[in-house]
Unconditional design. Structure first.
Length: 422
């Protein structure tokens, strides 16, 4: 495969987009304050770095329930054997070196009236401002037969790490002529293009390693984001491997037998060799327990500041936030972190926050040499999020463009990893 040289202009665009996620002016003389952040992923780690940059004298406490974090972007390549798990693993050493107090414990409860966070190891941590970025919780209530106790047999791999390697191991043992069944959830869910990317990369593995094996996609929706681009990739690369069923074609999984790996739709039962069910999602459990969610299952916020509509001095960013047009994606969470920190610091210091804007840089791979650009930028207009720029791939692009975009995907992932976790 040819190695594509990135243009200097394009590389700078990618770097600038990633750097903008945490770059912010510093308030060197702000009064001491304590900002507590729950969650060490894209949103949480970016918020911690931005908060320390803007208020160097503040105490910034980051709560992470694990010492290592595995990024969801890039995890589909690990499942397909294109990368190892280390490629998506990050730690917090560089974050700690910036003077951020990283504590490896789970946030168990929030007392918003007292401005306290209670942790699994018995700490009670006072805050002036609290930023929550707890990711998603998986909701199995609409699929009979599976729950958190069956994920070793029927993995979701929608939280990267051990589930990623488990699904990779299951894929490696599928027999020639076998069937991989992938169940897409109803919206909204984390990283809207990711199930289709997973289908592509699993199909790539089957094509090159498992003669005669097939992939069946069962979708609980009528359609999915960027369907035209992914369908073109499927037709070009995997026309004899991938079959897609929308909900109108009996694509919604209603029940699962984890022992026999059988998925039941309204009118069919499908026996799989590997069954990957991505369940519907809600805001992270700590957000639910804290009373930060409404009847949608997500956290309503003031889109200008990301402060919770339900809890004062609490900001919710990332996948858990109810954010109009903004997609639930890692780069979006990091840019939301900047907006939330700007707002929190402005409130603490009596200054004016910057006008909010957001970046949703996203790349997907349909094969090692076939990439798709799915990025966009957003700003606030008349109190609503409006998309004001796009960087989308186009249908019918030539092979050199697809290969170049696959390289951009790799550069972007390494850049954002460095910008957020050091």
């Amino acid at each position: 495969m040819k190695v594509m040289n990135l243009s200097r202009r394009r590389a700078l665009q990618i770097g600038a987009a990633a750097g903008a996620l945490i770059a912010a002016p510093a308030y060197l003389h702000a009064a001491p304050a304590r900002i507590v952040i729950i969650g060490g992923g894209f949103g949480g780690a970016a918020a911690a770095r931005a908060a320390k940059a803007q208020m160097p004298n503040a105490e910034v406490v980051l709560l992470s329930d694990q010492k290592r974090f595995w990024m969801c972007p890039g995890s589909n390549a690990v499942i397909a054997g294109m990368q190892d798990i280390g490629s998506i693993e990050v730690g917090y050493d560089a974050v700690i070196k910036r003077g951020i107090d990283v504590r490896f414990t789970r946030a168990n409860a929030i007392d918003a009236d007292k401005h306290h966070v209670m942790t699994a190891d018995g700490q009670t941590i006072r805050y002036d401002k609290l930023i929550m970025s707890p990711g998603v919780a998986l909701n199995y209530s609409g699929i009979e037969g599976i729950n958190e106790m069956t994920v070793d047999r029927v993995p979701h791999a929608w939280k990267a790490g051990p589930q990623t390697t488990l699904l990779a191991d299951q894929l490696a043992t599928i027999p020639d002529g076998g069937l991989f069944v992938l169940s897409m959830p109803r919206a909204p869910y984390r990283c809207p293009p990711a199930p289709a990317e997973r289908a592509c990369l699993v199909a790539h593995y089957l094509k090159h390693n498992k003669p005669g094996a097939r992939l069946l996609i069962l979708d609980a929706k009528d359609s999915f984001p960027f369907q035209d681009l992914f369908t073109e990739a499927w037709d070009t690369l995997y026309s004899d491997i991938i079959e897609y069923r929308a909900i109108a074609d009996d694509g919604a999984v209603r029940e699962v037998d984890p022992e026999t790996l059988t998925a039941f739709t309204d009118f069919d039962e499908i026996k799989a060799d590997v069954l990957n069910v991505i369940p519907p999602q809600t805001a992270g459990q700590i957000a639910i327990d804290a009373g930060a969610t409404d009847d949608t299952g997500w956290c309503p916020i003031d889109i200008k500041t990301f402060e919770s509509s339900l809890l004062k001095d609490v900001y919710v960013i990332g996948d858990s936030a109810l954010t109009e047009a903004l997609p639930k994606a890692g780069s979006t969470a990091a840019s939301q972190a900047r907006v939330a920190v700007n707002s929190a610091v402005a409130d603490l210091t009596g200054t004016t926050a910057q006008r909010p804007s957001w970046i949703a840089n996203c790349y997907s791979q349909a094969a090692p040499d076939y990439g798709l650009r799915l990025g966009a930028s957003y700003h606030l207009e008349d109190g609503h999020v409006v998309r004001n720029g796009t960087d989308f791939s186009v249908l019918g692009a030539d092979a050199d463009t697809r290969e170049s975009d696959a390289r951009y995907a790799e550069v972007w992932l390494e850049q954002i990893k460095s910008e957020i976790w050091g």
